[in-house]
Write a protein that binds this ligand. Sequence first.
Ligand code: ADP
Length: 714
Amino acid sequence: MNKIVEELLIEKHRAQPPRVLLVAAECSPFSKTGGLADVAGALPKSLGALGFETRVITPYHRCIKEKYAHLTTHLCNFEISIGWRRKYVGLEKLEAEGLTVYLVDCDDYFGDKIYRGDRAEVEQYAFFQRAVMELIPCLDFEPEILHCNDWHTAMIPFLVKTQYRGRPQGGLKTILTIHNLAFQGKFDFAYISDLLGIDGYWYRPDCIEHYGCANFMKAGFVFADRITTVSPNYAREILTPEYGEGLQNVLISRGGDVYGIVNGLDTDSFNPATDKCIAKNYDINTVFEAKRENKIALMNELGLTCSPDTPIVAMVTRMTSQKGFDLVMQRIDELMQENVAFVLLGSGDKYYEGFMRDAENRYKGRLCAYIGYSEPLSRRIYAGADFLLMPSAFEPCGLSQLISMRYGTVPIVRETGGLKDTVMPYNCFTGEGTGFSFFNYDSGVMLGTIKYALQTYWNREAMDGLIRAGMSVDSGFEKSSLEYARLFMSLIHRNNYVATHDPLGEEFRSPMGAIKAGESVTIRFRADDGLTQCAKLICGNESYEMTKKGDMFECTITPENAGIVWYRFLLDNQVNLSADGVDCGTRCFQLTVYEPDFETPEWAEGAVMYQIFPDRWCREGIAPEKGAKYHKKLQRTVNLRDDWNTPVKWHADEGETHYVPNDYYGGTLKGIEKSLPELAEMGVKCIYLNPIFEADSNHRYNTADYSKVDPILG
Ligand code: ADP
């Protein structure tokens, strides 16, 4: 196990790192249309090397079935609801290529097309997400964290926190990684609501509604525990209107929860020394001769007839406006006036495809536009070209530039997103740099940069330096997976913080018990884990820094008004300390503040008081209106007995870890009467019947008499 992970585990009082299930629409090498697949395939392996157990769940696309069906194990199958339909879902397990992958099988949704486009795609991935949620309990693996990726899985955090609340799936932590914010999954709510059975209550601007549509990505941003994107620069960019695709404000509202972790490569797979697809294998020491051989092979394969000395500029890409094709189209003719060859491997927008085919005809022998998708050819291009062009309008991370550098091909990129983070611009004075870059999204600037690169091509020393520097870049996933590891660990709080506070304990509150308005009270908690660095006491909207004294944190406050003060502790700005000791969201402690002129009656001084809650909490069905309403508001399920006559003792509900006094349930006067001798034996001098709301109702107590004892509760 990695040393840093070991240290994190000790800090977190854990023996093993959290188990992570990565959820993605595609996963390399089983299925792939772009960078998402590369990450889904490489990250689990790299996390595995750090000591994590990370598995993947992905659709059982036909391309996987064709190649790997004989290696899968059937785990289960059943039917699930999607809209008004019941659909078969099967769960297959595949252990291959160094990964453990769960495959969600349903021929109706997962066939030839990884993405079906338009409305069919929503149904396809609504089904996938529902299936994942339903299949989690059937896995032979118990994940603690779901790592979701892009809009196809972005409703999962929402489902976890709403529909699956209270079920085992509801306890999972979620991370959503943005690979491309341009795709958000926006559809009319009626359709989404039908597919996933979502209540209209959630169709609100602070949940899943966004400018009149239900937006999967937004739901993910609101509900995921953490949000990441694939480069630090893109993480900054998406907080601006220019790159935020309309969701910048939602992301800004998540503030510190948005992280940028740059992608890495599967360096075993993308390795020119072992790549079986290329003509001649090489490493940094043999790159110069081998590259020429690969270049000649590539030129022959693609029908390029120019001299092998001619520099080749290549693009391997989806053909969309994101990738800067408008700039390429504007300047391709000018570029081809230079001594250059141009190779394109890509598919996508028909308009760009047509244009590039046309260009191929005009520059036969020097320009090849291979319209299609071919992983082996892409590798031969990375190995054989001299430059890789990526003039992207935006680029969350970009993998092509990383692959090209690893294969000794010099990238020419626009300084945006991850391209800015990963390509260091060439400095002709120092010889430093790994590529060429430009900032303005302008075709003239792009052309100028390409021309500069072509000029440099003839300076052998400079080119060698660029190639070596690029090949030396550490583009593996190790560094990034360590950052993911830290993030995953930060989500696991259970047993992390050993801290205690007991509002009835002398060492935790002085003075003890209730105080008068205007009086000061010092509140403390103990943190003997050596872990807590800072803490805040939070009372309603107010927050007070606490001071560390030995293993205690303390803070003195002076409530000005009578009432109940609810307070809680926030440790290290992230963990809520509760009555149970560790993180559990909103649980608060209570401090009673009396009116300044309130005096304890003489008869109550020093008395052992026994507090009984009479049966004021409604009894389901027979409760008075008021009680029922109150009960509902409190959202409590309190089982009332008709009679309060069981022995006075504390008991633990079955399966519960906390103890509940019997009297918590209240009872009738008859029951109380019966218990008087027992109470007397316990030394009780005074019984305090504690009605909380005005009870002119059924429970036979005159609450007015007690208003003096407890003016607040009275
Ligand atoms: P994106 O994920 O936006 O498509 P990336 O640069 O992050 O862009 O990842 C693209 C990945 O897909 C790279 O591995 C690249 O080699 C591969 N790729 C893109 N288009 C093709 C294609 N037509 N044929 C083969 N591989 C391609």
